[in-house]
Design a protein around this ligand. Structure first.
Ligand code: PLP
Length: 400
């Protein structure tokens, strides 16, 4: 049997434009005409495959991207959205109502954490945050009200690795839906193949890859995607986080080079992580044997795409971290910016930026230290040259 390869699955899709264009035509309309009123009614009811009614519901451009992302994750279907949060929040709200409970990893993107901790309780949805590495702790947090098990494949910002197969078994045993945010590891990890029920991405990051848009996707069974888009009860349809057709067309074009980019991001990150660790810096990268989940991650990944482009260095204090980031930016080694998956290296101190929603005492408990810098390693052509230049910056600041 042919092995599952996400990039081959994307490549095997053949789309043409309306006039034979090599890119599919962009659907530049919010509404669609019908030759018969009966067909319009049937389309509204969701019974007319291939007919479009209104672009908040679905559009040809969004369906092309949906299809490509479903192929990438090996799910039946997908639904793109205007942002990663626009995929995460409707998905959770579709799965949970008042009285329901979520068990979530405590090391997740700050926005998701804030939604579950501060916003979802307003709707009667409670969350227990757990150390996702410890399956016995995850299981102990499950109650009769639990509906969802939520994690990120590689967590933001600590780069912990979730045992998706182990979590999927737990989810099955307790009749829960396992939702995995795979934003940090597209192509490298295929969570649905490891047993996840729903896979989410912020397309803003690696998948689009050019830091020029925000976007998101939920990849799942046809039944779940239909429920999200249901005109009477679908969270995506009713909350309205629809991606614009122009954007979905441009994200689809960028998706075509994702496999090449991921290999280079992984190569460069591995190169730097190995060297900085040898230099004595506290380096966290799942490709390093010193990473607590290295063996697990190695067994989980589609090897040719590597261990990803995310790495952290702990330089001791926030003051040193800030000085180093400012100096590296001044030397044009990257940008002091949040987000990830860009051609250029991006760096930020998560405690004061992307994870600042997490209270200080909880940051300390989860090991999110003051001097931690999160790097999204770019596509630099000569990574040895970059390494030497970064080292110079560190020497100048007495970090090494
Ligand atoms: N998931 C992860 C892992 C993220 O890092 C982010 C954003 O940083 C999001 C989700 C949210 O995505 P977006 O900013 O596209 O809404």
């Amino acid at each position: 049997m042919k092995n599952f390869n996400p990039a081959d699955n994307i490549q095997d899709l053949q789309y043409f434009g309306e006039f034979g264009g090599v890119n599919p035509s962009i659907s530049d309309s919010s509404t669609y005409t019908f030759l018969s009123a009966k067909t319009m009614f049937d389309t509204f009811e969701g019974n007319m495959e291939g007919c479009y009614l209104y672009s908040r519901h679905s559009s040809p451009s969004n369906l092309y991207l949906d299809k490509a992302l479903a192929a990438m994750e090996g799910t039946e279907s997908a639904n793109v959205s205007a942002s990663g949060m626009g995929a995460i929040t409707p998905t959770l709200l579709q799965l949970c109502g008042a009285g329901d409970h979520v068990v979530s990893s405590r090391t997740i993107y700050g926005g998701t954490y804030a939604f579950l901790k501060n916003f979802a309780p307003r709707l009667g949805i409670k969350t227990t945050f757990v150390d996702i590495i410890k399956l016995e702790i995850v299981e102990a947090a499950i109650t009769a009200e639990t509906k969802v098990l939520y994690c990120e494949t590689v967590s933001n910002p600590l780069l912990e690795v979730a045992d998706i197969e182990g979590l999927a078994k737990l989810a099955k045993r307790h009749n829960l839906t396992l939702v995995v945010d795979n934003t940090f590891s597209p192509l490298s990890v295929s969570p649905a193949k490891l047993g996840a029920d729903i896979v989410i991405h912020s397309l803003t990051k690696y998948i689009n890859g050019s830091s020029d848009t925000v976007g998101g996707v939920t990849c799942a069974s046809q039944e779940f995607i239909d429920s999200l888009k249901n005109v009477n009860s679908g969270a995506s349809m009713l909350l309205g986080p629809t991606m614009d057709s122009m954007r979905s067309a441009s994200v689809l074009k960028n998706l075509r080079t994702l496999h090449i980019r991921m290999k280079q991001h992984s190569f460069n990150a591995m190169y730097l992580a190995e060297r900085f660790e040898k230099d004595g810096l506290i380096t966290v990268y799942p490709g390093l044997e010193s990473h607590p989940s290295h063996k697990l991650y190695k067994a989980m990944i589609n090897a040719e795409y590597g261990f990803g482009g995310m790495m952290t260095l702990d330089v001791g204090t926030l003051a040193k971290a800030n000085a180093l980031m400012e100096l590296m930016q001044a030397k044009n080694l990257g940008y002091l910016a949040v987000s990830l998956g860009f051609y250029k290296t991006l760096f930020s101190a998560p405690g004061t930026s992307t994870s600042s929603e997490i209270p200080l005492e909880e940051q300390i408990e989860m090991g999110l230290t003051d001097g931690l810098i999160r790097f999204s390693i770019g596509l630099d052509n000569d990574i040895e040259r970059t390494y030497q230049m970064m080292k110079e910056c560190m020497k100048e600041l007495d970090i090494m």
